[in-house]
Design a protein around this ligand. Structure first.
Ligand code: SAM
Length: 206
């Protein structure tokens, strides 16, 4: 009961999330918002896979201060995940994804907390000396997700967070599930934090 009430109150803080196109459930949107809210001032958040900014908005709203670096080629790429790519292309239609992203962020007054990095994730890991929160939701193939984890996670500071979208216990063919089970959980550097529907979150401990 109390939990429901708290959820309702928090959802009001990200009330402008509902009409941004994307894949997040309410609970996942709140998960991103609440993890961002745990970060210190001047936090560096790296988001891989932004689409039209649904998750970016939730993270930006949660931050005390700092920036969300939104990495996406904004061309409906699926990387090694051809099934998703078909879906992205169909959903995108003739829309300019980067324009929609910027419009969505500006009209919700969060653009001042966002830096757009247009391109593929593997082009950018060296741009970050430290990361407080890494959110992986880009290429959902095992190879793509593994590469994102391997390139970016060494930059997460102890005490920082990592989150993956689309964790499904029985779907080992999905990049997120595979990486979590085979790389994150066996690692002594991470401890499980929370699961918000399919948003799986861990904290880096060392
Ligand atoms: C499922 S969507 C992301 C949804 C978004 N996080 C949201 O909440 O609405 C996946 C996105 O990842 C992007 N993408 C695919 N491969 C990528 C890569 N290697 N680097 C960065 N983005 C990638 C696609 O262009 C697409 O916009």
């Amino acid at each position: 009961m109390l939990q429901r009430l708290m959820q309702k109150i928090s959802l009001r803080k990200i009330s402008k999330v509902h009409d941004i196109d994307g894949w997040l459930s309410n609970n996942e949107a709140l998960g991103l918002y609440s993890v961002a809210g745990k970060l210190n001032e001047n936090a560096v958040v790296v988001e891989i896979g932004s689409w039209q900014g649904k998750s970016t908005y939730c993270i930006a709203r949660g931050l005390k201060s700092g920036q969300v670096f939104a990495i996406d080629p904004f061309n409906a790429a699926g990387g090694g995940d051809t099934e998703s790519e078909e879906q992205y292309k169909e959903k995108k239609g003739s829309k300019d994804l980067l324009k929609s992203f910027i419009h969505n962020m500006e009209s919700r007054n969060v653009m001042d907390k966002i830096v757009v990095k247009k391109g593929y994730s593997y082009e950018f890991p060296h741009d970050f000396e430290k990361i407080d929160f890494l959110f992986i939701d880009g290429d959902h193939s095992i190879e793509g997700c593994k590469s994102d984890f391997e390139l970016f996670s060494p930059r997460i500071v102890p005490g920082g967070y990592i989150a993956f979208h689309d964790f499904y216990e029985k779907r080992d063919e999905l990049g997120s599930t595979w990486v979590i089970k085979n790389l994150v959980l066996p690692s002594p550097h991470y401890k499980f934090y929370r699961l918000f529907d399919s948003l799986w979150v861990a904290q880096k401990i060392s």
